[in-house]
Ligand binder design. Structure first.
Ligand SMILES: Cc1ncc(C[n+]2csc(CCOP(=O)(O)OP(=O)(O)O)c2C)c(N)n1
Ligand SMILES: CC(=O)[C@@H](O)[C@H](O)COP(=O)(O)O
Ligand SMILES: [Mg+2]
Length: 624
């Protein structure tokens, strides 16, 4: 069956398992070739080809609700729901979203991007069905990583208690992004191997071979022992019917399990064992998480095609500095909520394993565990993507900021991230964190200042301090012999300072400082002179510098790659209002909208953040 011809899952319902196997092969080939050009979450998707085909064969989407947790593994779902011809635009500007999207298809009943939401969403849909007296299946598909997220456990607690009809698919491939961690992961391993039970069973069978008359008793004994060693008991005790473990690449086993779950009253969980990256050797052999999600690659060699760049990745700049300080001080520890590879902490993990914690998909736990560490004199550094920090807002407020604990928060992927789109743009953290009374927020203008600000953070003992850094690489390469110096908290500096400047641009981050410099060069042609201030401390602002700025130029422009509401522009506006000043302030940033996927320069120009657009806005400001 040609993939381009599949415009509805109904088209696969008549296929035999043999035909489905052929289709699965075609889908794998299509995914490998497409993602080689577009990039994407190839590993996760190659692991769920048979599973997704079986779900669409044995359930009736969109009447039956399929909810993909995280949603990064929904490419096959999109192929089967008539979107294969759009895959060339996967994760590109105005192209196919890399996650389920309600406005793309009626089959995308649940959007995600952040982990561990599918069970709660499913519970909501199942309750609605029951209240309205309707009759359809609700089927959340959640991975062995995502199910360890706190929200998932909150939902299981409710689902089991209420005995609400639903079929939960646990897709267990032993991987989160990196190899999965935690006690639940160990439980799944036991489940997969039944090591305890198999050993016991073999021992009993061995003994029995001499006493065949005891076979019945022994079989009864084995069953009761199985009940105790089988960790399915975890789900059974929560009130779910545990089905499995089954081979997630066998259409026969999937069909049998799904049909059994349909007949089961109350909630059931089918434990599906899959291989992440299946059918593509480079991805199958990946044991660190490279092939979980990546940019374009060469199919034959598996070589990832990297973008040219002078500098190191921002994550490496920060984590190398952290490793330097932690190597000399055992009080310094690194915590990551399931992103060791993305946050460039694998070297730290290898060199200082006792000072490293991958807590799994558990942002709330990560932040509050850091509070516990700091409360007894340690210096924890939590590396957390801006977007995932949203998960731990109360922990930051209630457990860290309020107690003024010395926690360093490394806000990674700060700013627009591009291909991951709406659910991952790092544009809300300033509005969230700037509202906390005691937390300092910094962002370096280049790799050198990043080292200065890391030294500042390590030596800062007045409470929580956050350092923001973007996705991608710095434009500056770090000199090995550079000796970082501490920066006084709340101090800005002039990047460009003219005697008779007409306008002051206040901004922060390497990309926005470079943008401001381009703007000043454009405006020189119109005899408009610009001062540029590096607001490397977003909070607290530099009050002395603000006094200078507001006296020197009537016109002030704040440029930032975050939502305007609650950003630095708001803080500067508050300063002007609170001091009853008459300055004219333009705030350039993101209005109250979500920014979809695409390449960052294109997304920025849509927001009005390009040197030409800003120059035009300043010219208009001057003429108003
Ligand atoms: C709240 C949150 N934290 C972290 C992530 C980053 N993340 C995306 S997928 C993933 C691993 C998910 O593992 P699993 O559920 O087992 O799915 P698999 O990729 O193995 O199919 C992580 C940590 C996220 N999307 N959301
Ligand atoms: C789906 C998910 O949340 C992660 O895979 C995320 O896409 C990783 O982002 P980076 O590629 O920026 O590490
Ligand atoms: Mg997994």
């Amino acid at each position: 069956m040609e993939l381009q011809k599949i415009n509805s899952p109904k088209m696969i319902k008549q296929l035999t398992n043999k035909e489905l196997e052929i289709l699965a092969k075609d889908i794998r080939k299509f995914l490998i070739e497409t993602c080689a050009v577009t990039g994407g979450h190839i590993g996760a998707n190659l692991g769920v080809v048979e599973l997704t085909l079986a779900l669409h064969k044995h359930f009736d989407s969109p009447t039956d609700k399929l909810l993909f947790d995280v949603g990064h593994q929904a490419y096959i779902h999109k192929i089967l729901t008539g979107r294969s011809d759009a895959f060339h635009s996967l994760r590109q500007y105005k192209g196919l979203c890399g996650f389920p999207k309600r406005n793309e298809s009626e089959h995308d009943v649940w959007e995600a991007g952040h982990s561990s939401t599918s069970l709660s969403g499913a519970m909501g849909m199942a309750k609605a069905r029951d209240i309205m007296g309707e009759n359809y299946h609700v089927v959340p598909i959640i991975g062995d990583g995502a199910i360890t997220g706190g929200m998932a456990l909150e939902a299981l607690n409710h689902i089991g208690h209420d005995q609400t009809n639903m079929t939960i698919i646990l897709n267990d491939n032993e991987m989160s992004i990196a190899p999965n961690v935690g006690a639940m992961h160990n439980m799944f391993t036991r489940l997969r191997t039944n090591a305890h039970y198999n050993r016991f069973k073999n021992d009993v069978d061995g003994v029995l071979s001499q006493f065949p008359m005891m076979r019945k008793t022994a079989d009864r004994m084995k069953d009761s022992v199985k009940y105790f060693v089988m960790d399915g008991i975890f789900f059974e005790e929560l009130g779910l019917q545990y089905i499995g473990p089954i081979d997630g690449h066998s259409f026969e086993e999937l069909e049998e399990a799904i049909e059994l779950s349909k007949k089961t009253k109350g909630p059931s969980i089918i434990h599906v064992i899959t291989k992440k990256g299946k059918g593509f050797k480079h991805a199958e052999d990946d044991m660190i998480g490279t092939w979980h999600g990546l940019g374009p690659y060469k199919i034959e060699t598996g070589e990832v095609i990297k973008s040219e760049s002078v500098g190191k990745s921002w994550g490496s700049i920060i984590s190398d500095e952290l490793l330097k300080y932690a190597s000399e001080d055992r009080r310094i520890v690194a915590i990551t909520p399931a992103m060791p590879v993305g946050s460039k902490l694998t070297k730290f993990q290898q060199e200082l394993p006792d000072q490293f914690f991958d807590v799994g998909i558990a942002e709330q736990h990560a932040i509050t565990m850091a509070a516990g560490l700091a409360a007894v004199g340690m210096k924890p550094f939590v590396a957390i993507y801006s977007t995932f920090l949203q998960r731990a807002y109360d922990q930051l407020l209630h457990d860290v900021d309020r107690m003024k604990l010395n926690v360093i928060v490394g806000i990674d992927r700060a700013g627009l991230v591009g291909a991951d789109g709406e659910t991952h743009q790092g544009v809300f953290d300033i509005s969230i964190v700037a509202g906390l009374p005691n937390t300092v927020i910094m962002m370096p203008k280049d790799a050198f200042e990043a080292q200065d600000l890391m030294k500042t953070a390590i030596e800062y003992n007045e409470g929580p301090i956050a350092i923001r850094y973007p996705r991608g690489n710095s434009l500056t390469s770090v000199a090995q012999d550079y000796v970082p110096s501490r920066v006084e908290i709340g101090t800005w500096d002039y990047i460009v300072e003219d005697v008779n400047s007409d306008v002051t641009i206040i901004t922060y981050s390497e990309s926005m400082i470079h943008m401001a410099i381009e703007v000043s060069q454009l405006l020189k042609q119109d005899n408009i002179s610009i001062d540029i201030v590096n607001a490397r401390f977003i909070k607290p602002i530099d009050k002395t510098m603000m006094q200078t700025i507001t006296r020197k130029t009537k016109n002030i422009v704040v440029i930032e790659e975050v939502i305007k509401h609650g950003g630095l522009g708001s803080i500067v506006a508050n300063y002007i209002v609170d001091h009853r000043l008459s300055n004219v302030l333009d705030r350039i940033g993101i209005d109250d909208v979500y920014i979809e996927h695409g390449d960052v320069p294109k997304l920025l120009s849509d927001i009005g953040i390009s040197s030409e657009q800003i120059a035009a806005q300043i010219k208009k400001m001057m003429n108003d």
